[in-house]
Design a protein around this ligand. Structure first.
Ligand code: GRF
Length: 207
């Protein structure tokens, strides 16, 4: 059984996709710990419902980033993860965290590699489409090997079409659906040892 630690900050729909895949046997994995940096993250409720151990690790007043990351890494390490999934975890992790788990950290980004790094990627893609700067967008899963934002060796990517009658809501739904499928596909590859470092690249067409 692959031991997964999932870090979240919000909705936790990707966390839910992972939990569901474990329950359905699509993944031979177990979410052993969920950590949120936000006490109000809805993903914590999802974890509770499935009796998954979860913790809130908030930034303390005047706490330095490195100190937060060391505290976070200690909690993650105690769960002995095989893989750490950043599923909407809205903090940049410093090397104090990353170097503790070489090759174990993966991140979900709701855009194609090299595009729209950082927050509000879907909205920025939608606006770029309306300015006719792009014709499609996508999602990707990549390894986290340094402090780069939404960069790192790409494990998988999937194009997502944008239609002229799309709204930000319809596009967001299509992107989230795509990332829910892609994270499971990547975790399946990781659990069967098909996705070794430095990286493997799988590109697929838009739905
Ligand atoms: C996802 O779009 C993910 O790609 C991005 O943050 C969002 C988290 O969504 N990094 P959720 O919390 O999993 O619903």
């Amino acid at each position: 059984m692959m031991r997964l630690v999932v870090l979240i900050s919000g909705q936790g729909s990707n966390l839910q996709a992972i939990i569901d895949a474990c329950i359905l046997g699509q993944l031979k994995a177990q979410v052993v710990l969920v950590i949120s940096n936000q006490a109000t993250a809805y993903g914590l409720i999802r974890a509770h419902k499935h009796r998954i151990s979860c913790q809130v690790v908030e930034v303390l007043t005047k706490q330095k980033r490195q100190d937060y990351d060391i505290a976070l890494a200690n909690k993650v390490a105690a769960a002995k993860p095989d893989c750490i999934v950043l599923a909407g975890f809205m903090r940049i992790l410093s090397s104090e965290f990353i170097q503790r788990f070489p090759s174990k950290i993966i991140n979900i980004h709701p855009a194609l590699p090299g595009t729209f790094p950082g927050t509000k990627a879907i909205k920025r893609a939608f606006l770029a489409f309306s300015r006719q700067e792009i014709s499609e967008t996508g999602v990707m899963i990549h390894r986290v090997i340094d402090e780069g934002i939404d960069s790192g060796p790409v494990l998988a990517q999937k194009k997502v079409a944008i239609y002229s009658n799309d709204t930000i809501i319809s596009l967001s739904k299509r992107i989230h659906d795509a990332e829910h499928r892609l994270i499971i596909s990547v975790l399946q590859q990781l659990e069967s040892g098909l996705c070794p470092m430095p990286y493997c690249l799988s590109t697929t067409k838009a739905d």
